[in-house]
Structure formats: C-alpha cells, structure tokens
Design a binder for this molecule. Structure first.
Ligand code: ZN
Length: 363
C-alpha cells in the first residue's frame, strides 16, 4: 500500500473548541482559514500529503510532563467545578480563562502532536504538522500564556522513549519557556529558541545566560532579538546559530514550533518579519533532511496565520505554491530604537551564544 507522501497534516474540526472566548486574542478561526487555504490550493489533494484525523492524548500521556494536581484542576475547571486557589494553576487572570470542555480540547491538540511525533518516529512520513500544537508556555503545574498542556514537551517525552537526541527549535516571537523548563536538566533535548527579547515581551525570560543546569548545562540555547527586528536580521541570527548547532547535536528528530507572531502585522509582538522571511527559515529546517515534527504556536492575525502556515505546510510537503507576494513592513516605530540598535542587539546575541554554548561544546 502506498503510504503516501512527504508530509502528514493532523487536523480536526474540533480544534476550534480550544477557545477562550470572543475577546481573547487566540482566535480558533485561524485554523479554519488554514484548512480552507490548504483545500483551496489543492495541497490536501496532493499525493505527497496524508491527512490524519486528530485523536486525543490520554491522561497517562499528559502526566509524563504535567503534575497530577494540575491535571485534576484542569479537569475540574473544564467541567465547571470550583477549584480552590485556581490562580496557583495559572487560571487566575484573563490570559487563561477556564472554559467548559477545555480538558477535552487540550487533550486533542496534545494528542495531535503525539500522532505527528509517532508518524515521524516510525518513519511513516518524513515530516508531520499539527497546526493546533506548539503551546510552549504551559508549565508542568500551571497554565501560562494561552497554553494549558505543553504538547511539544509531551511529544518530546514520547520521542525520548525511542530516540536518544531530540532538537526542539522554537521560532515563535515568544520565548519557549515551558519546553525549556521541562528539559532544563537534560542533555538529550537541545532546546533552541529565537524570540523577541524578554525586556519587551511576555514571558520575560530567554536570555542567552539561560543555558541549562546539571547534565543539561549547555543544552538550552536562547537567542533574543530586539523589538523591530525584521527578516534580514532574524535570518542572520538564525543562520549564524542554528545550523552549526544542528550539525553538532545531530538530532534524530527535530520538533519545530513555527509560531508566526513574528510577523509585522501581528497585534501582540513587535518583530517585523514577512511571510517570505518566515518561509526562508521553514525551508532551511526542511532542507536539513531530518525527521521533522512541525507544530503551530502563536499567531494572532488570523489571515496571516492561514496564509503563512498553508505555505509552510506546502513547503514541508514539497507541494509548489505561487510565491508569497512581496510585503513591505511599515517603517520601524522610533520608540523601538533605530535600525543600528537592532543590528547591535543581534550581534550581541550571536556573540553571547557563541561564548556560552559554542565554546563549551567546541563548535
Ligand atoms: Zn508567541
């Protein structure tokens, strides 16, 4: 039987149930737009593509990363029960407002990341994407930054049962703090996050001085970028730091979080990438030729998300689409600083990562 293709796309209409309400910036319709775009462009009909219906994770799978107390709190809030001290579990504010059915919705996007990881791990497809995943801020015992379960960490924990080394590469505008925290002491997971500096953006962490501890020292890598950073600078930092680390670490599987809140039209972050710049990074990741689990993540302009992730998935599936139209990001607002400051900040980041990480490993 022809197993089909270069890439699997994990999807479910029920992904749209992960919804904090109409006033929340995380809009589920971005995934519907993505699905429609892939359909309209014929990507899902390509013999290169395998469409897989998402299945929920089990409680046991989630507990590989999250605490029993937290899981029980999510379950209770999901079914409308009161939870004493719910703020301790990250559900105190408006960012993560509990909603009915949030346990089931969270199990579904987490299960989809596990499916993507297992398809790739077993060699059934070289690449698989779960656009509803990439919820990288969730901590073992608390929700954070619109993330309830940390599906990248759950998928990586599963991959570690069959693989020695997994690279987690995060190009979302926000620091991948939750995934970093889960594997901070492990030399088997190299976490590598490029993000807007914590000085100007949630969650405030992700300095190049955060390098891991114990046996994991040198296996957490952080490359902060200044507000106002655009394609050229982003890609300059990416090219200077990421390929040498991939070659040195030699991962058996790559889990890539492809948040597109780096885009200049994103309402939450302050970077200035275009879709073409984002896709240049995605193409690089594909062209390393390693088994790849691609996850979604941030992205708060639904039209940008639908377009950029459709193009990203087409790239992973090696289906040709017309090139992304040229975009001219608006001029950098002066309160961000000036372009020279953006460059100098990037230089400092490259230098710090080389000093803290490359030197340590002899790269
Ligand atoms: Zn983000």
């Amino acid at each position: 039987m022809h197993q089909g293709g270069h890439a699997a796309f994990i999807f479910s209409e029920a992904f749209m149930e992960y919804d904090f309400g109409p006033l929340h910036p995380l809009r589920p319709e971005r995934l519907r737009l993505l699905r429609e775009r892939l359909q309209a462009d014929g990507v899902l009909d390509s013999p290169h593509v395998r469409l897989v219906e998402a299945q929920p994770a089990t409680e046991e799978e989630v507990l590989a990363v999250h605490t029993r107390e937290y899981y029980d709190a999510v379950a209770a809030l999901s079914s409308g029960h009161r939870v004493v001290k719910r703020e301790e579990y990250g559900f105190g504010g408006l960012d993560n407002l509990p909603f009915p059915g949030m346990l089931e919705a969270s199990l579904l996007y987490t299960g989809a990341s596990l499916q993507a990881a297992r398809l790739v791990s077993r060699g059934e497809v070289p690449r698989a994407m779960n656009p509803a995943g990439g919820l990288h801020h969730a901590m073992p015992g608390r929700a954070s930054g619109f993330c309830i379960f940390n599906d990248p960490a759950v998928a990586i924990a599963d991959l570690l049962r069959r693989h020695e080394r997994v690279l987690y590469l995060d190009i979302d505008a926000h620091h991948g703090d939750g995934v970093q925290a889960v594997f901070y002491e492990s030399p088997r997971v190299l976490t590598l996050s490029l993000h807007e500096s914590g000085r100007t953006l949630f969650p405030g962490t992700g300095s190049p001085e955060e390098i891991g501890t114990g046996a994991g020292e040198g296996y957490s890598v952080n490359a902060p970028l200044m507000a106002g950073t655009g394609d050229d600078t982003f890609l300059r930092v990416f090219d200077a730091l990421v390929p040498p680390l991939v070659e040195w670490f030699n991962p058996e599987v790559i889990v890539a979080q492809l948040g597109i809140d780096t885009h200049h039209a994103d309402p939450l972050a302050h970077l200035r990438l275009t879709t073409a710049g984002f896709l240049r990074a995605v193409r690089s990741i594909r062209d390393w030729g390693r088994p790849l689990v691609a996850l979604g993540g941030g992205g708060y302009n639904p039209d940008v998300v639908g377009d950029a992730w459709a193009r990203a998935f087409a790239c992973l599936a090696e289906v040709d689409l017309p090139a992304a139209p040229a975009e001219e990001p608006p001029a950098m607002p002066s309160f961000y600083g000036d372009p020279a400051a953006v460059e100098a900040f990037a230089d400092k980041t490259i230098e710090a990562v080389r000093r803290n990480i490359f030197v340590r490993h002899g790269i």
